[in-house]
Design a protein around this ligand. Structure first.
Ligand code: ARG
Length: 541
């Protein structure tokens, strides 16, 4: 099924041709004067210069060719040479009726579906999820679903931050607090306990403590480095402790993401990339891409056409330690081997843009993926509080995702129960009110985020986002509920919307509704082409 605006353009292009002009001038756009028309074509203006005629003459000639066209209720040529169109109600109804019959309301699947890895989430194990991870989860989940809607094979990967110094810090801190644990006994040869020696809330306290301590206590910092090293060397007790940290954290992360209705297909992480580092380094070495710089191994990636400086990508530090870029490059090797993706998309804060630019350039030079495989990064803006600064708790701390979500839940519950009182009891139980509050709160959070262009910073305004009026998640849900209620009433009359015959609009408002509905496939195509969920939001609104 063709997109409506293309059908109209085709018709108008044909008319240009029949009137003796280049059909390329027949491109139609949505009207920017909806009070005058629904669609318009400005092609007569540029054509006038080429054909040495007045634009209005050309417009009139094209209009004549459309005189008997069933697609339009009216075609007008207006000065200086615009063509204004109104669709006929019959044609519009037949288009909407066709949408109703075909799959996905006429959105065409990708002709060549690809395997696409979407790398989003990126939480760091043993550190609480904070609002910075919220955007990645929400936007990434939306993009994943859009890609899938078009028939692509999409693999959502959480890409856990589960390796490196942060793990060494935790292990060293636990060791100094509880040296008697079997994990730290080099002579221990038995099985390690099934039960972890800490709960998630204990674990979450350990990391900030350890991190702060390492900054003032040089001896401790040394121990943490050593623990990191031993862990990476595969020391048995440290590996077992690492597994416990992972188990406890991942369980908690799963719960948190589930609450957001976000789900990953694979739970791989930085630790899984480690095995691919030697392969990746060998490829880079064989291609003579790396040079030594102050003892470090780096790949220069600056190109002549660059207008700004792109520093070399560091693969190994002078002490042989690997970095974020090393892991990301090794992960590309792993993904190529396991998934053969046609595209890998990363979602992070836009402050990581340079990192991905460097990583992609090395990956291209080293041919870690075939040239047709797209590597792409979407950098999103910061979620700020009402004061325009990064979102904080009331007392200025880092806002944990869990607290944020429960704050909005409570706010929603308050609104629902207040509403209940003012309307003399809507007759729902406390339990039901709580469930509803949760659903509506999640819509408030997600829609508040998705309705903004991803790259922009935005203000998370609880009052506005939880409002049942305006461009908000709760308003959209409210409207859906009302629409469903209308459909239910229709159903109660013994009728059904499914398979209903769609007849021409009987009123201006019906026609306007049909005009909006008919844009569905074009909007979804646009959101897909530009990886822009906010386009779907504004359409829905
Ligand atoms: N763990 C990282 C962070 O918190 C995000 C990881 C994003 N994905 C990637 N492949 N680098 O900033």
């Amino acid at each position: 099924m063709n997109v409506l605006i293309d059908l109209i353009s085709r018709e108008v292009s044909g008319a240009f041709e029949k009137a003796g002009f280049d059909p390329a001038y027949g491109k139609v756009t949505l009207s920017n004067r909806p009070d005058l028309c629904e669609y318009q074509c400005n092609g007569a203006l540029p054509a006038a210069k080429v054909y040495h005629k007045a634009p209005i003459q050309i417009a009139n000639a094209v209009k004549e060719q459309l005189a008997s066209c069933k697609m339009f209720e009216s075609v007008e040529a207006v000065n200086p040479g615009f063509l204004n169109f109104k669709l006929s109600a019959e044609f519009l109804a037949s288009y909407v009726a066709e949408m109703n019959l075909v799959e996905h309301f006429g959105v065409q699947p990708e002709q060549n579906p690809r395997t696409i890895v979407v790398d989003y989430g990126g939480p760091n194990v043993a550190k609480p999820l904070h609002v910075g991870h919220l955007r990645s989860a929400i936007i990434g989940e939306s993009i994943k679903r859009i890609y899938r809607f078009f028939g692509n094979h999409v693999i959502g990967d959480i890409h856990l931050g589960d390796w490196g110094l942060q793990m060494g810090l935790i292990i060293a801190q636990v060791q100094s607090q509880r040296p008697e644990l079997c994990y730290f006994d080099p002579d221990y040869t038995g099985e390690y306990p099934e039960e972890a020696p800490f709960t998630i809330s204990e674990l979450e306290k350990i990391y900030p403590e350890a991190s702060a301590r390492s900054k003032v206590d040089a001896e401790f910092a040394e121990k943490a480095h050593n623990a990191t090293y031993l862990l990476q060397q595969g020391e048995r007790g440290y590996r077992a402790m690492w597994k416990q940290i992972m188990r406890v954290s991942v369980e908690d992360l799963k719960k948190n993401y589930e609450n957001l209705n976000v789900s990953f297909d694979v739970w791989l992480g930085e630790s899984d990339a480690q095995a691919y580092i030697p392969t990746m380094l060998k490829i880079v070495e064989d291609k003579h891409l790396a040079v030594e710089s102050d003892g470090a191994l780096v790949v220069p990636v600056q190109e002549e056409t660059d207008t700004k400086e792109i520093p070399p990508c560091i693969l190994l530090k002078s002490d042989g330690a690997t970095l974020y870029a090393t892991t990301d490059l090794a992960t590309i090797v792993q993904r190529q081997q396991d998934f053969h993706p046609g595209k890998i998309l990363y979602l992070t804060d836009k402050r990581q843009s340079l990192h991905f630019e460097q990583v992609f350039r090395v990956a291209r030079k080293a041919e870690l993926v075939p040239p047709q495989t797209e590597l792409s990064h979407i950098g999103f803006g910061t979620m700020n509080g009402k004061d325009g600064k990064p979102f904080k708790t009331r007392d200025g701390g880092v806002m944990r995702l869990e607290y944020l979500v429960s704050e909005i839940d409570n706010e929603m519950l308050k609104k629902i129960t207040e509403n209940q009182k003012s309307k003399e009891n809507l007759g729902i139980s406390e339990e039901e009110a709580k469930e509803t509050a949760k659903t509506v709160a999640l819509a408030a959070i997600k829609y508040g985020d998705l309705s903004n262009q991803a790259s922009k910073d935005y203000i998370f305004d609880i009052d506005r986002f939880t409002s049942f009026e305006g461009n908000t998640g709760p308003y959209i849900l409210y409207t859906i509920v009302r629409i469903k209620s209308i459909l239910h009433k229709y159903h109660d009359l013994g009728k059904s919307a499914e398979g209903a015959v769609i007849t021409s609009a009987h009123s201006e408002s019906e026609k306007n509704l049909m005009l909006e509905i008919s844009k569905f496939n074009a909007v979804i195509d646009g959101a897909f082409a530009d990886t822009a969920p906010h386009k779907i939001c504004s359409y829905i609104y």
